[in-house]
Design a protein around this ligand. Sequence first.
Ligand code: HH2
Length: 330
Amino acid sequence: MSGDRVYYRPIPQAHGGRWRLAGGWTGFSSFERLQRGQAPVVIETAPDDIMKALTAPRPPLMGLSLDRPRLMGIVNATPDSFSDGGHYDPLQQARTLVDNGADILDIGGESTRPGAAELPVPEETARVLPVVTGMSAMIPVSIDTRKAEVARAALAGGAALVNDVSGFDFDPNLPAVVAQAGVPVCLMHAQGLPETMQHHPRYDDVLLDVYDALADRVARAVAAGVRADRIVIDPGIGFGKTQAHNLAILRRISLFHGLGCPVLLGISRKRFIGTIGGAETPADRVPGTLALTVAAVAQGIQIHRVHDVAEHAQGLRLIAALNENEKAVT
Ligand code: HH2
């Protein structure tokens, strides 16, 4: 990638601002100009095409407006997920997450934790389908899979979004399934496969490399017939990334609004939160997860994939109240 390329990161403001980020709750009035190998420079203007991508309101996703942060509750129909070890009935867990305030459920049957092995299609389908069919009349359901045949079965069972952690890199048949169904897709960035991705992840500049890779994935998805306004992007925290990589992305995550898509973030209970926060057990990483979610909300990130929906719903209610208060009190 050329070192000359210039990137514009909107600098979010707690109050006011000349423009609104993605038509949402975050204001901004200036930018960081980012270039490989150079220190960020604060500037006051950006090119028209970037401004358009940064400010255009995002269309509703599965009927959900994106003018406030949304919670995607994680349902692991897996016996080997990293964070909860499969110690629950997924259908019961799904209902609890709905009661606790989830806007979307993300249902997955194949663990993608570092070192996890691939699961055969029939097994993955058998795990997810009862939860998808059981929940899709109640709440928008996302199917977390890299595989076309699993996605096809889940869409037939009522799923309304495909969440592909490989960003269409794993199964060449998945783009056509998504395009034909006319459903939205979340394209996540990952470097390498779950089996080996944490061995030696390397980037030139992780923030800009991930941005370019996602731009490429969006372009490929559009070329495969997926409508641009149905694409959600995700920088893929922990997928072929060290702790320093994760932090570099999170620190400047508002950059990703420049791709013109809603942004989804999956940090919930991940290892680096335990390492920095001093919480060995995944279930003890809720405070650290919430802290990073609040920071991401302040950068305008729209969709938050979390295990602990009740705790995050409470946090988001407080953030909403702070924003409301400014309007109400004169
Ligand atoms: N992380 C995991 C799974 N799916 N999808 C998106 N879009 N973004 C993510 O960051 C993401 C994801 C983590 O996978 P796993 O190890 O299966 O654990 P869990 O599902 O409990 O988060």
